[in-house]
Write a protein that binds this ligand. Sequence first.
Ligand SMILES: [Zn+2]
Ligand SMILES: [Zn+2]
Length: 601
Amino acid sequence: MSTDGGDKADLDPKHVGKLVETRLYAINEKKHHDGVILTFFCPQCNHNNTVMKPLIFHNLTMDSFMQAVSGYRLETHVCACGARLTSNNLIIAQYSHYFPETTLDFQAEVTAGSDFVAFYRMDPHGERALIRGTPDFRFMYETFGRVMSAREVWKYAISSALQTRKVQLFNVEKGFTVVAMPGSNPHARVNVREIVGPDWPGDGALVFRLVDYRPDEAAFEDAFPAWMPEYAGEITSGHIDAVAVVDQARILALFKKVLARDGFEFTVKGDVITVNRKPFKAVLSVRDVAREAAYTARSFQDIVDARLDVAMNRIHSAEGLLAAIRRDMPSYTYAIDGDFLEITNPNNGLTDRVNLYTPLPRDGAKLIVSRLREALCKDDKLHPVCRCGKECIVVKSVEPATWLKETPDAFNHVYDEREGAVIVYYVSCGEHTTPVMKTDLAAWLADRAALDAAFEDVLDMLRISVEAHAGRFGRDTVVCVMGNRACDIITHPGFVKGLLDALKVDLGPQAIVYAPLKELVLIYREDAAVENLNAALLDLQTLAAARDLRQTPLDYIELVPLGEGHGIFNLITLPPKPGAAAAAAPLPETARKADESSAGK
Ligand SMILES: [Zn+2]
Ligand SMILES: [Zn+2]
């Protein structure tokens, strides 16, 4: 293989067109910035086979690239017809490196019948220009606006400076010049500007001497001692004055280009770029990029991209954290103060702050939310608010156990499951009554105990309208209660006592409450005789049959303590059944059960 392009075999122009098209596709669609395109001719079936694949470089340099090119001899391919093709069947092998900053493609080609390598420069429109001669660093910069590897250039510059005792200067990309000076002259710190001459970038120029690198300030894992250990001693001892001249204006321009492309809002002040994504922001320093480029010899674009990635991740994680906190604590008020989110519990005025940009562990948002809840919910009473804006009270209602199956999203309601019944929680502003959902509890940062506590607070404000009669059946006093929501009195023992007080009935320290229907309730002492209860139930059924009442099977029984009475009782007479045609519903099942229960106690 020779790098003299002179004896190049002429290719069919149609073939060149296809090759250019394939390479543009590889760059733009496949993102093969380093890639190879091989075209084999199959002598068995007379077909051309074009193969496109990425080239993987651990360390891209002119040397490693040329090594990859010489690997064309090892390329093989199996044709669709089954023939095994080798480099002897190659029509053309094209190895390329694409410079994204300058959108130019460097191509090295080996064609059939020739061992020479031809070099081309291709622009983004597919226009190709043959490169005469061997591409060295200076040539690469002039032709492509970049060298393949600034590190390779550094090493070359330093070794040349040591050998020739002359200043070596190379541009590695636009706005980035490396200079290696033999350091034994008396003017140890020469005027770099004079030495750089016409390549001096102007006002934006920053000069970094590699000898000044202080890892304790801002360490880079891949600073020059890592990739040119052979010259680190020459540099630190002062044998070689290695200087990077970096143009800040060029770095700023790269930032602006990427930020504009990605549609980010930003402001520039001095060498500081602030990316705004309200209410979030990230700050980037042009000078930091210049410093990193100088000591690591990575390309501006690489560093700009990496730093923008970090900045955007910072913004995204802050956004994610804010969204997570808001989702779990929606009823709080929020304010952003610099890097901090200030969260206030509107009920008690307690406030806490969270640094939105703190790096978080995997479920960090959860931990933060639980910490905030703990801090902000001290002595916090539940204050549910209706959709109409009025404050609500908590109320409860009793439903038969079948409610769980019949209510489509029952699992999402807040309820207390009892044997044969379900106590469902509601909030009411007086005008609107809404079931409490589990999501509401989450939003209010409350649990069912807090609802119960809020319910306890309003027991004496609840007005309960029922028709109720106390009657003597044999030696037993039995209270019969009727009403479409009669059963709700069992949502709190205080209501049972409140009703007994309203009726001026004393059943002692505890009583059995039995509800065969949601609309019918019997209250009696646990030692009541079964026959008396049957008589009372019959009486109640007869009464109920004449009233305008729904009939919802329930079958709930409970022994309740009779402590303090609560509730405001309106003792009413229910309207008569319209038409009074329907007969009283027989209740044999529930009656028998009531007997057993009371008899067993
Ligand atoms: Zn074939
Ligand atoms: Zn309301």
